[in-house]
Ligand binder design. Sequence first.
Ligand code: TPP
Ligand code: SF4
Length: 302
Amino acid sequence: MSVMSLPKEEFMLAGTAACPGCGLTLALRHVLKALGSRTILVVPAGCTSVIQGIAPNSSFAVPTLNIAFAASAAAASGIASGLDVKGVTDVNVAVWAGDGGTADIGIQALSGAAERMTDMIYFCCDNESYMNTGIQRSSSTPAGAWTTTTPTGKREPKKDMPLIMAAHKIPYIATACSSYPIDLYSKVERAKKIKGTRYIHILSPCPTGWRYPSEKTVKIGRLAVETGLWPLYEIRDGRFTLSTQSKPLMDKSKRKPVKDYLEIQGRFSHLTAAEIENIQGMVSEMWDRLSLMDNRDLFQGW
Ligand SMILES: Cc1ncc(C[n+]2csc(CCOP(=O)(O)OP(=O)(O)O)c2C)c(N)n1
Ligand code: SF4
């Protein structure tokens, strides 16, 4: 598959209110192409609430329910049940939430919905901060990153949402990045064919909050993957598989230095050489774990 072979139909229309170079918008455009017109989108408070425009106009060409910050997975549960009662089986119920709306305020509704095996695809669009309200740290902000509430850099590590979702033993979990639209599109296509709760966590660079020029969005997303900081993988019925872009990085020599990713973003500009070395060490440790997980059934014995 190539970008040219993606469906031509657009469900994200021109004239959104997003900042130039917004990775979130790029990701949502491809997700909606993969989901298609038979989709109901549930959106909690966040940048996406603003990007879609002001009612009665909308830049999303699918029905969209804007819902309170904490409530998106609960609202999706209600929609999925309603469709079930009506015997409607060909509609995708999809949540599109930020990392704050997922890893912090929305986590209890998401965990409850996943435990009930709600028939939905939950997308966490991770720009690693509460962007819509002015770049406050979330539990998904990585260690070292400047935000307005971590002026000297966040001290705690990034919460591992995909593996928290794996602990719910849902049938499909994937990581993706807005800079790899074909990989993202293919993962949504696979998720669509599965019943129950499916979770896709998409790293989406944000020029406004990450402090870099808007034309570098695609490059920065690629560097997140190429340095090994953001591994792309799927967990299907418990089986963990590294995606094509990340698999070669099991060989340490194939990973670019994390410095290449960190030094082009203003949010990391205060980091010392020792702090960068520390982040490099964390990436190496993560890959030691990932190498053990690849091609294994994570649910076995859990
Ligand atoms: C209960 C509640 N608390 C706070 C807010 C204010 N608020 C609206 S959007 C937002 C930030 C959303 O951040 P995130 O979920 O990461 O999405 P992003 O804006 O980064 O896409 C906050 C704090 C709110 N709408 N409701
Ligand atoms: S703040 Fe970031 S995520 Fe929000 S619209 Fe702007 S670029 Fe996109």
